[in-house]
Each structure stands twice: as C-alpha cells, then as structure tokens.
Write a protein that binds this ligand. Structure first.
Ligand code: SF4
Ligand code: SF4
Length: 420
C-alpha cells in the first residue's frame, strides 16, 4: 500500500511503525471472513481492511470524525485478522496507534467519557472491584436480567463440580516462577491462581505470588490511555525485578489477556531508557500457564498417572483470542486436557471471539451479546458437561450466557490431580 504520512506524525516512532505496517497491507481481503464485526455488520468499514483504510486516512492528515471513531470502537481487538493475513500485517499494533490519535482528535460525549473514566478507575483495582461486587450482589434483585447474570456469586461453586485444592502451596521447590495475579480475576474468580499453583507444585515448581503487582495495564491500553498503561507496566516491573534477579524462571499468568499484555511490555517501554532493558527481560519471561505446563508435559503426565482415575468428563474449550491470536498458542490447552483424560467436544468456529474482549461487552453490548449467543451455541453443540476457557473476561462473559458450569481449564486439571 502506498502511503504519504502527514507532517504531524511522519517522523515520530509511532508514525514510522504505522507506516511500515500500512505498507505491508496489499488489500487482498483475506482477513475479511475472519472478522467477527464484518460477519455481523457486513460493512467494509467494520472489517480489518476498512479500518486499515480509515487509519491510513487519519495518518495522512485527512479529517477524523466520530464515524472513524465508531468503526475503530467496534473493533474487538481480537486479532483474528492477523492470524488470517498472509502478509503479516500487525493490525493490532496499528489499531493501538490509530485509536490513540483518534482519541486526541475526536471528543467523546459526556456519557462516553464518564463510562470510560469509571471503567479505568474501578476495574484495574482489586479492592474497588471487590467493593463494587459487594454492592452489585446486594442490589442483584433490582438489576435488569442481563446485568444480573453478570454478577458472580459471593462463593462460587467448586470449579466444575470438583473440589478445588485448598490454599496456596508453600514454596518448597528450588524451581520458582512468579505469579501476577491480576485485578478482576483476583476478585471474581479467586480459585484459579491457587489451582494453577497446585498443579505447578505437583510437578516440582513453586509459584510465588507477587502481591505488589497489580493490573497488567491492558484495560488502560485498550481504552487509549497509554501513559496509564505504561505506569502499570513500570510498577509491575519494579515489583518483579528482585525475584527475577534471584533466579525466578518465568512470569506466569492464568489470564491469557494479561500474559499477552506483559509479553508486550518490551514494546510498550522501548522508548524508556530507565525501563527498556528490564521490560524486554520480563517480556521474554512472560508465559500463559498453558505454555509453562506444555513445556513440562513429561512431569505432568507422570503426576496424572499418580492421580486417582476419574471418569472422563466431556469438556468444550473456548480458546480466548488473546491465547490463540495474540500469544499464538493453539492446540496446547486441548492437548493438556486430553492428556488428563478429559474428553474434548467439537467446537465450530473456534477462532471466533466470544464478544467479551476486555471492556467491549460493556461498551458495545449489542454486538457483544450477538457474539456471545453464537459462541455459546457452538460450545454447547457437542453436548459438553463443562465449558472451560483460559481468560477471566471470557469466563465471566460465558457464564452470563449459559446454564452449564464455566471454569478455567487449569481448575479442572487441578481437580484431576487432587490434593496429592
Ligand atoms: S489479509 Fe492482510 S494484506 Fe490482506 S487486506 Fe487484510 S490486512 Fe491487508
Ligand atoms: S481485531 Fe478482530 S474485530 Fe478487529 S478488525 Fe481484526 S478481526 Fe475484526
């Protein structure tokens, strides 16, 4: 694609990066069938190619309007288009740049500003999420049905009907990894990280909770608040660094969205002389829990052989976009679950987003609900007993749309292994 970037951006790092990305796009349109919003709306401007065209106009200095912003807002950032693109166009990165520039140029309505402000001020803070949840639970009978389904119960049932291992295992192994426990997940699904820590403990790896870490910065990043996302990354790097120097092997997350964000710290802080090297090191150590367990498959198989035999459970796996498109981890969780004796059911259109997409379900509820309905239908079509996922946002979203139990796949694995 030929480009002629405007003076305001041509010689900036973001401008140079955007220009290189734009030039890779050959307009072939192979990405269109992969795009959920294009499938739903049928408008080229709600497709990757259309949005790339809008961002090219913006970068070339043409007027940016609320219409541009609307089409960029409707993007789920699922990055299915990147997986489908034969030219390796880094659409997600271009969108980050496009959204930041649009945010600076197109004022939002007061209502939008308040919504986005509240999301940014509440969601990344576990304490505030807990308070909000308590209020929401108290007001549950008064809430509309769609919202009621999204409020998690105070004491979630044991994951998928199986008993969860109790507490956090003490650090007894020489091999150690660090856990970033996240913000929302810690408040709404507090059993996931202990379950992962127990699985690691059974295969000879101790998991250290780094409580000084907070939100990974993904929410701010997606809402165009780059400075706040960078601040979150710096805080987490400061909290992790001493442990890294002491020999921790990896920085592990059980939410694939957080893992993809931490893996991106190197790029986020590349221009910060004080943090760039440490950010690059931490990005190189960032892992989704599936990546860690896949690398230890021999030890895991041995641990599972020791576990009491359990009847196979029929499981449908929903692969979050951040796992399959951002981290490019595909087929790994399915392999781990099959290795644990679980029977995976077929899920059609597995590459398609469930509509959760960070804050998308709150900011674009209609499109999000349409995607949720088709995802739940696809997941339920193989008659599973349980639905599992790898990201807390997807987990909460799916729970609001199905009567089946929904949990993190590692909880199921921990339950298989038992207390051991
Ligand atoms: S598939 Fe890639 S190269 Fe083709 S239009 Fe889409 S982004 Fe551009
Ligand atoms: S990120 Fe997802 S929603 Fe956005 S353009 Fe790409 S495929 Fe479509």
């Amino acid at each position: 694609m030929q480009t002629a970037l405007a003076d305001f951006v041509r010689d900036t790092p973001a401008g140079r990066e955007a220009n290189a990305i734009l030039r890779n796009c050959v307009h072939c349109g192979f990405c269109l069938p992969a795009c959920p919003t294009y499938q739903l709306l049928g408008d080229e401007l709600d497709s990757p190619r259309g949005r790339i065209y809008l961002m090219k106009q913006l970068l070339e200095g043409e007027p940016v309007t609320a219409r541009t912003q609307l089409h960029l807002d409707r993007c789920l950032t699922c990055r299915a288009c990147e997986s489908a693109c034969p030219s390796g166009v880094q659409y997600g990165r271009l969108l980050d740049i496009g959204r930041e520039l649009t945010e600076e140029r197109v004022p939002r309505t007061a209502n939008e500003r308040v919504k986005r402000y509240l999301l940014r001020k509440i969601v990344p803070h576990r304490g505030r999420v807990r308070v909000l949840l308590r209020l929401a639970r108290a007001a549950r009978p008064l809430l509309p049905r769609s919202l009621r389904a999204r409020v998690p119960p105070a004491a979630p049932p044991a994951p998928c009907g199986a008993p969860a291992p109790a507490g956090w295992p003490p650090p007894r192994h020489a091999r150690r990894v660090l856990f970033i426990e996240g913000c929302v997940q810690d408040a709404v699904a507090p059993g996931i990280n202990p379950a992962a820590a127990h699985v690691l403990d059974r295969i000879g790896i101790s998991a250290l909770r780094v409580r000084a870490c907070g939100c990974c910065g993904m929410l701010d990043h997606h809402l165009g608040a780059r400075a706040a996302a960078e601040a979150a990354a710096r805080r987490n790097i400061d909290a992790l660094w001493g442990h890294i120097e002491a020999g921790a092997e990896a920085v592990v997350m059980t939410a694939s969205a957080c893992a993809s964000m931490v893996a991106d710290y190197a790029r986020l802080l590349a221009g910060d002389a004080a943090y760039a090297a440490r950010a690059a090191r931490i990005s190189s150590l960032a892992r989704d829990i599936s990546q860690v367990l896949a690398a230890e498959s021999g030890a895991l198989t041995a641990a599972l052989q020791d576990a009491a035999a359990a009847a196979p459970v029929r499981v449908a796996f929903q692969a979050p976009c951040t796992l399959q498109h951002a981290l490019r981890v595909r087929g790994v969780v399915e392999g781990l679950l099959a290795g644990a004796g679980l029977a995976l059911t077929e899920v059609t259109d597995g590459q398609r987003c469930c509509g959760s997409a960070g804050t998308y379900s709150l900011l674009q509820p209609q499109l999000s609900q349409q995607l949720l309905r088709s995802k739940v239908a696809a997941l339920e079509s193989g008659r599973p007993e349980v639905i599992v996922t790898a990201n807390v946002g997807c987990l909460m979203h799916l729970r609001s749309g199905t009567a089946l139990p929904v949990c993190h796949w590692v909880e199921l694995l921990a339950a298989r292994l038992g207390d051991g």
